[in-house]
Design a protein. Structure first.
Lengths: 284, 159
């Protein structure tokens, strides 16, 4: 630990504000928080915190394109979530800015609705508090919640599943603290429904790394995928993932030949949720 | 010396927050919550982001136990009240409660995204919330502020 950091240990001492370069700030934080996860990693996210950066992203929004392309990896996403999470900019400011950028309100409709999702999750958080860590409802997967593993397997957390898509999502998360919203859904679905891991383990992994991590949006979205806060479990197939990623991962994937996602939705539903199918068939 | 100090938490990291508006010129503090960092296993990149947010505000940056550190800061300034911005996080709410055991705390509401008269929306599903919120969200927009926030960007690509 540097002398400077030691000097700041005592109560009443301010931490430094004078950094000539970002690298100096990062080096200083390594010394001040030696116990933080990733403190030995070589690099940190390029995404800078602070209101000025958040305001710059407000101005750069392309609401109409966002509505059409946000589910695609090269879509016009805003990159605003970390700034909204930390109150650098407010949801109301983002809405006001989006409506000012477009000529017609309907061109910003999808973006404003996505902002509303965050408001919705904050309202649920207000109502249930730490209850965001508990199932909001029964799961609809045909399996008891208690049968899901409480810890994520090491190969998933290390980005070493051999599945190019999932490993790439994890690398982006761990290295940059970011993951495209669609990738969050695919990854959560893979972890819960293919690997049989409880949503709470995945949610905790995301909270450690995501720059926009908030227990409300994060945990409730994981619960949505699990079916503990929705009518049915969310799952996807290879065709869907390839379409929205432009096939970027599958081309060089070592497991392309035995891809666990390469099937029709009907076949995957039978494989992943056999008990719900049987139940439905019994009821006729 | 100051009557009041501002406590900035990690959900209101802007110098335009209601707490700053309520107590302009008051000394302000942001505390890196070491208990939270340990319990949530916060990674270095999250700490860098938080630190950069703090550097953009006129605040003293400290680390430690939040309640004790804010109280010590108030004592240093001879303040008898802490002003902060409202937040739904149970972690922050608990810290507000514990602060209240030792000092007066004013919690200023943050600006709402959408307001409801009387009973709030049904929160069981987003669709129920949205059916009640949608019209209000658009009617409540401050279009003049939107123009100010995006001044210079109109006429750009992708409108």
């Amino acid at each position: 630990m540097s002398r400077q950091a030691q000097d700041n240990e005592g109560s009443g001492a301010d931490l430094r504000r004078d950094f000539a370069r970002r690298e100096d700030l990062v080096a200083y934080l390594r010394a001040v928080f030696p116990g933080a996860t990733g403190v030995t990693d070589e690099r940190v996210s390029e995404t800078r915190g602070g209101r000025p950066e958040g305001l710059a992203r407000l101005c750069a929004m392309r609401p109409r394109e966002y509505g059409r392309t946000r589910n695609f990896f090269d879509g016009a996403v805003t990159g605003l979530s970390a700034y909204l999470r930390h109150g650098c900019v407010t949801l109301a400011e983002a809405r006001d800015a989006a409506l000012a950028i477009v000529d017609r309100d309907e061109d910003a409709h999808k973006l404003v609705q996505e902002l509303a999702w965050r408001d919705y999750y904050q309202r649920v958080y207000d109502a249930v508090g730490e209850g965001v860590w508990r199932d909001r409802e029964e799961w609809k997967t045909g399996r008891p919640a208690s049968s899901y593993a409480r810890e994520a397997p090491p190969d998933v957390l290390a980005g070493e599943t051999g599945l190019a898509c999932m490993d790439s999502f994890v690398r982006g998360l761990v290295e940059n603290g970011e993951m495209h919203n669609h990738a969050r859904m695919w990854f959560a679905s893979y972890l819960i429904h293919w690997r049989g891991v409880h949503w709470a383990a995945g949610a905790a992994f995301f909270l450690e790394h995501l720059l926009d991590a908030d227990p409300a949006s994060n945990n409730l979205s994981w619960q949505w995928v699990a079916s503990a806060f929705s009518h049915k479990p969310y799952f996807f197939n290879r065709e869907n993932l390839e379409r929205y990623t432009g096939g970027a991962h599958c081309a060089g994937c070592a497991r392309a030949a035995d891809c666990p996602f390469d099937a029709s939705y009907e076949a995957l539903e039978r494989r992943l949720f056999p008990a719900t199918i049987e139940g439905r068939e019994r009821r006729g | 010396m100051a009557d009041r100090v501002i406590w900035v938490h990690d959900y209101a990291m802007r110098s335009t927050s209601p707490a700053f508006a309520r107590a302009p010129q008051s000394p302000a503090i942001f505390v890196f919550d070491e208990e939270w960092i340990a319990s949530e296993g916060l990674s270095l990149k999250r700490l860098v982001f938080l630190y950069e947010c703090a550097l953009e505000m006129p605040v003293s940056i400290r680390k430690g136990a939040v309640v004790e550190t804010v109280l010590a800061f108030a004592r240093e300034h001879g303040a008898s009240e802490v002003v902060t911005t409202a937040c739904v996080s149970p972690r922050i709410r608990e810290q507000v409660q514990r602060l209240r055991g030792s000092i007066r705390v004013e919690v200023v509401e943050d600006e709402p995204f959408v307001g409801f008269d009387g009973r709030g929306p049904d929160l069981r599903r987003f669709s129920r919330y949205w059916s009640k919120a949608e019209r209000r969200v658009f009617e409540g927009a401050d279009r003049g502020r939107g123009e100010l926030l995006t001044a210079g960007t109109r006429g750009g690509a992708g409108r």
